[in-house]
Design a binder for this molecule. Sequence first.
Ligand code: GAP
Length: 520
Amino acid sequence: MSSNKVSKSTITDELTQKVISLCQRRAILFPNSDIYGGAAGFFDYGPYGCELKKRIENSWWKTFVQSREDIVGIDGAIITSPRVWVASGHVAAFNDPLVDCLKCKSRHRADTLVEDELKISADGFSLDKLGALIKEHKIVCQKCGGELSVARKFNLMFNTHIGAVQDESSIAYLRPETAQLMFADFRIVQQAMRKKLPFGIAQIGKAFRNEIAPRNFVFRCREFSQMEIEFFIHPKLVNSCPLLTDEVKAKKVQMITAIEQEKGKDGLMETMTIGDALSKHVIKTQWHGYWLITCLEWLYSLGITPANLRLREHVKTELSHYSIETWDIEYKYPWGWKELQGIANRTDFDLTQHQKESGKDLTYFDEENKERVTPHVIEPSIGVDRVFFTVLLDAYRENASDKGSTSTLALHPELAPVQVAIFPLMKKDGLAEKGRAVFEMLRNEFVCEYDESGSIGKRYARQDEVGTPFCITVDYDSLEKGDVTIRERDSGNQKRVPISKLKEVIECAFGEYCALHGGK
Ligand code: GAP
């Protein structure tokens, strides 16, 4: 079995190494089954990690499902009829380029190998182009220096068998995306929920990809969770979005178009309003424009620095088999601008394919025009684990002092795994009891942690590391005057607050944070 340690050779920058080491030290997120040497590309979330992960999922669900009347949620199975994946094109086309080392037999993903060696972006390069670059630049095996084979396709789906007989007829796949069930279940959900176009079906769930080269921690792993929406639109109204108000159109974004990238190097990034991008036909349809800005705004609401996010259009050779136009929301990672979210125009590709493969009618009856139509789809798709890692990288701060350096996660208070920590100054003289009483009072309102061990400085440092926005210290004055010290994580400011006012003061501070950094 391959080693599960996060390979230092793929992590070249200091920030990423520090965040990974924090994740492991505090058991936030760490390699799976490490005591057995691990399984590369699989990770476990510890107590703080699973709390933060759930908060990201809950924020997404609240924003895109619970707060909207035009999107409903489902929770589908991981293993489905394999015909789903024949219809979707994944059996034939869900491939990455692979090269084998002719000497040590190790396998490499050809495009990332070319990116690593030549320091260029190889997104969308054909097998021929990758093979030619490997030959021209005499690129060899990263492990042993051996000669590499010609590049070929490798299907990323994990397969298994349904039932006791293991032959060709029982093959099934672990889903490589959550998306297909929203298409396969389109009719039953639309009819049962009496939804009229335009409307969406959303899902959060696990996806599995047998990545050739899992790397950069959970940025590219083999088991991950996705949050996806398939937004169904009347085929004649993809360019008519009533939610695209003047206010939305005026929002500015950093973007880089396919044309700019095709001109050479990595292309020029420009700042444009969504309205201009649509009128100049940079973004082709209104609903696509609406979803691009709506998804960006959700990422801002998590506290991610807007300047570190941009839109990048896929060049033609990079488009997935189902898409006529895809934009990625990219984040400026320490290893370069890379995809955080993909937002594709899948047209009627999937519903048409499932109609052909199943023989079932998946059309929609347009009552106004008395005709049956196959809806078109805009698909915002994002990985939970990738958002998680991005949030940590964006929030990581280092504080140097004479005593050495400590770290802080400047997390949005709504995402922080612990929102309020309560410390008694000492365990004796009734302070512990008073501290516990404050803890009991606040724990139904916020996620709280009670900690009575070590110096106050050490306790602050422990909470800063996991991003706790507020720490409360109960001291001798608290026994006499009924007030406590509350310390704010990012500024380090401390003030005295009556215990009876704590809930109000913390709620108000949450509100101020949202007003400053984007609400949730
Ligand atoms: N249904 C469309 C779809 O799956 P994708 O671009 O392949 O599109 C969507 O994946 C998102 O899922 C990505 O933007 C990324 O956030 C996440 N993702 C994809 N592969 C991943 C992997 N191997 N590890 C972690 N996250 C991944």
